[in-house]
Design a protein around this ligand. Structure first.
Ligand code: PAF
Length: 299
């Protein structure tokens, strides 16, 4: 049976024991509904650390819409089975009252351009909620390394900035997006798609692939990239698009001229499900693992 800890104080004590043994901690923070992307993070954490801690907490303060919070998939038993299969040492699964007890009043804001555009523009308060919960989780778990997926490009950039600004002693490791065989990026939210919607959602991947094709063929104008990607989404029947952009992976600013390390990024609604995805434009047949070389510099 995998060890599950619900109370923050118990988790702190457990971490104390691990540290007392001089062991390193690899931490994979999640909101549960684990998919192959999460499993790839766990596997890397397992390979690089003595102990692996996985957190499962659907963080209420990072949702900009209550219906999204209520409908977020929750499947703890299945998640525990998956975590157990990946040799996770401890699952930290606190309740909202443990993380935000009555009277809770401290919030962390990464107040810079990184949080203003892209998802920050369409999901007000989202990154404040993420920064707050990640700060709390890091303080409780005290990881040596923490693992995040590059599908959440902006989240990775924001967390790296948070870690740097607050002098947190943790390595942020960002790993490539895991895709289903047909290209759809794995996401907990995919569970909500009907078969037909899943087909429509594939156009997000197709739009990103088109951006890579344009880049490889020598196109430079980001306006052209954005127009072609939008056309593909619209043609597939996606009418609600939060953004289609080409950005620098570190600054998240949109250049006029694209370059191989720049990232094409999309957030769009398929039915009532909001999906995000991105890809480095790259120059070869495989997308460049754009953040991997940079994570080494964050400590
Ligand atoms: O990426 C997620 O699942 C969440 O945003 C995170 C980092 C676990 C914070 O709640």
């Amino acid at each position: 049976m995998i060890e599950v800890i619900e109370k923050t104080e118990d988790m702190r004590n457990r971490v104390g024991l691990i540290k007392a043994r001089g062991q390193t901690i690899g931490f994979v923070p999640t909101m549960g509904a684990l998919h192959d992307g999460h499993l790839s993070l766990i596997r890397r954490a397992r390979a690089e650390n003595d102990s692996v801690i996985l957190s499962i907490f659907v963080n209420p303060i990072q949702f900009d819409r209550n219906d999204d919070f209520l409908n977020y998939p929750r499947q703890l038993e299945r998640d525990l089975d998956l975590a157990s299969g990946e040799d996770v040492d401890v699952v930290f699964a606190p309740g909202a009252a443990d993380m935000y007890p009555e009277g809770y009043s401290t919030y962390v804001e990464v107040a810079c351009s990184l949080t203003r555009g892209l998802c920050g523009a369409s999901r007000p308060g989202h990154f404040g909620g993420v920064a707050t919960v990640v700060t709390k989780l890091f303080n409780i778990v005290r990881p040596d390394r923490a693992y995040f997926g590059q599908k959440d490009l902006q989240q990775v950039a924001v967390i790296k900035k948070l870690v740097k600004d607050l002098e947190m002693d943790v390595d942020v490791v960002a790993l490539p997006t895991v895709r289903d065989a047909d290209g759809l990026a794995t996401s907990s939210r995919n569970q909500r798609l009907t078969n037909k919607e899943r087909q429509t959602a594939l156009s997000i991947y197709k739009a990103l692939e088109r951006a890579r094709e344009l880049s490889i063929s020598g196109e430079k104008s980001t306006k052209v990239f954005v127009k072609e990607m939008r056309d593909i989404l619209k043609k597939a029947g996606i009418i609600r698009i939060d953004y289609v952009s080409v950005v620098d992976p570190e600054t998240l600013e949109e250049p006029d001229q694209a370059y191989p390390e720049a990232v094409a990024a999309v957030a769009a609604w398929v039915g009532s499900t909001r999906l995000i995805d991105n890809t480095a434009l790259g120059v070869g047949p495989e997308p460049k693992l754009f953040l991997q070389y940079k994570t080494q510099t964050v400590s």
